[in-house]
Design a protein around this ligand. Structure first.
Ligand SMILES: Cc1cc2nc3c(=O)[nH]c(=O)nc-3n(C[C@H](O)[C@H](O)[C@H](O)COP(=O)(O)OP(=O)(O)OC[C@H]3O[C@@H](n4cnc5c(N)ncnc54)[C@H](O)[C@@H]3O)c2cc1C
Length: 453
């Protein structure tokens, strides 16, 4: 069986890896000259710069299987213990997120009224229609928790707008607490009891990890293992169904080529997939075009340790929209993982733009670095200018699981069920994290192998 995987991001590469492991003959077609899609690391001036993801959570066992297949478990590095301290900005000050009942009572991140409001949560009824995460949280926990917990959290994960994101599609576990147990508090208590009985762990307790030489080593190593099966500079233009399988049209080295395959895995972003299937599946193509990808800019700044006057003990901080700042948040990269900055220096990674301020992500690299520096300097008491800067710009960064997303995914599954051998595996389908993409790659490979081998 000949399978084409289109796109060499982590979703496509993980799928290709598990397909090859299962004995399938695969070709990966990637339009760029390098693998990884949104994942990419480089070392500049002694700083390890991540263009996209900085780390991911160990939420499933597939990650370890993949790393041991690739003999790269030694490369894995867990986040420093101090990264459990996470901060949220309120009225110009960074407040640590509470870690227990004592710090919850004493924190100034939320007012006494907002804390008291939580006692009403178990008595709030279920939603009667698909809700945004903003409506869900305002209804269950009150406005202040939306503004000073969920809004910055959503900016940190999706770079998205809480009023647009569907709670059911984007935060299925949170939604399930209400759906299954009737409330967040009840669900948390009962869920913990059930997990204890089963001997499993909550996703929130999954450990954060990266790689010593950066996230980019993962796609690089999978690509090396796949060898000549990966074709770079191969931009797929269309996929069509033929009686005996599929035909893929692509351009490589300035030439048009056509190749027949028994199976297809489409692992490109939704807008690219929409163009590829437009002539064969026009209705699904229009559905995929509904998925929005706001722009994000990533500014990596370096400073001498003594320039930063606060203690950088923690993961970093997130910025609520109501604080009216020009950044979404900053990760204290060199506090979390080793090798991020030269000795005596620190590395900060700041995110700008998203659905909140898309125009800022389109500014010049110097303007973006300037905004990141000014905001960080003000909030973290930094003296002087950065000694290092690197900016990555993502015009279309992260797919938004907005209200209506689940019906787009129903359309995807319907088309997959009607066309044996055709699969979609990318971050707009079953989770955006690198860890989710790896798990979904294995799931996709297993479905193909069960169906065709
Ligand atoms: C700034 C940023 C920060 C992030 N931070 C984190 C984080 O800290 N932790 C975490 O877990 N996740 C994070 N994510 C999310 C995570 O990185 C992505 O969801 C994940 O890497 C997506 O992988 P993918 O393979 O599904 O898609 P992509 O990485 O988008 O890969 C798609 C591939 O398809 C290729 N392609 C497109 N069109 C064609 C075509 N016509 N022909 C052939 N190939 C084509 C592209 O070139 C690309 O290589 C972040 C994302 C961004 C943008």
């Amino acid at each position: 069986m000949k399978i084409a995987v289109i796109g060499a991001g982590i979703s496509g590469l993980a799928t290709a890896h598990f397909l090859k492991k299962g004995g399938a003959e695969i070709t990966v077609l990637e339009k760029n000259a390098v693998p990884g899609g949104t994942i990419g690391s480089k070392v500049v001036g002694g700083y390890l710069v991540e263009n996209g993801p900085n780390s991911t959570s160990e939420t499933n066992f597939v990650i370890d299987e993949l790393l041991s297949d690739l003999s790269m478990k030694e490369e894995k590095v867990y986040a420093d213990e101090s990264s459990k301290y996470r901060f949220i900005l309120r009225e110009g000050k960074l407040h640590s997120l509470p870690s227990g009942p004592g710090s919850f009572i004493s924190t100034k991140l939320w007012t006494g009224g907002a804390k008291l409001r939580l006692f009403a949560e178990p008595f709030v009824g279920r939603a009667e229609h698909e809700e945004s995460i903003a409506d869900f949280v305002a209804r269950r926990l009150g406005r202040e928790f939306l503004d000073y917990a969920i809004n910055p959290f959503v900016a940190g994960v999706y770079a998205g707008n809480p009023s647009d994101l569907s709670v059911r599609a984007a935060f299925p576990k949170l939604y399930a607490l209400e759906e299954k147990y009737g409330g967040l508090l009840k669900g948390t208590i009962k869920g913990a009891r059930e997990r204890k009985k089963r001997g499993t762990k909550a996703k929130a307790s999954a450990k954060l990890f990266a790689f010593r030489s950066g996230m980019g080593i993962l796609p690089d190593t999978i690509t090396r293992e796949l060898g000549a099966s990966v074709r770079f500079g191969a931009a797929v233009e269309s996929v069509n169904k033929e009686r005996a399988g599929f035909v893929v049209n692509f351009s490589a080295d300035g030439k048009h080529e056509s190749e027949n395959y028994d199976g297809i895995v489409l692992s490109t972003p939704a807008y690219a997939a929409a163009a590829i299937i437009k002539s064969w599946l026009p209705e699904l193509s229009s559905e995929l075009l509904k998925i929005k990808y706001p722009p994000v800019a990533v500014a990596v700044l370096g400073y001498k340790r003594e320039q930063v006057k606060i203690d950088l003990k923690g993961f970093g901080f997130l910025v609520p929209e109501v604080e009216k700042r020009n950044i979404l948040g900053t990760i204290w990269s060199s506090s979390i993982f080793p090798n991020r900055a030269p000795e005596g220096y620190v590395e900060l990674t700041t995110f700008i733009g998203g659905s909140r301020q898309p125009k800022l992500a389109a500014l010049s690299t110097d303007e973006i670095a300037g905004i990141a520096h000014e905001e960080n300097a003000n909030l973290m008491k930094i003296e002087g200018r950065p000694t290092f800067q690197a900016v990555s710009k993502w015009e279309r960064a992260i797919p938004q699981y907005n209200i209506g997303h689940l019906s787009i995914l129903d359309a995807v599954r319907h088309v997959e069920s009607l066309n044996a051998g055709f699969y979609i595996c990318c971050n707009y389908k079953d989770g955006i994290s690198v860890a989710d993409c790896i798990a979904n790659g294995k799931k996709t490979a297993e479905s193909i192998l069960q169906g065709v081998m």
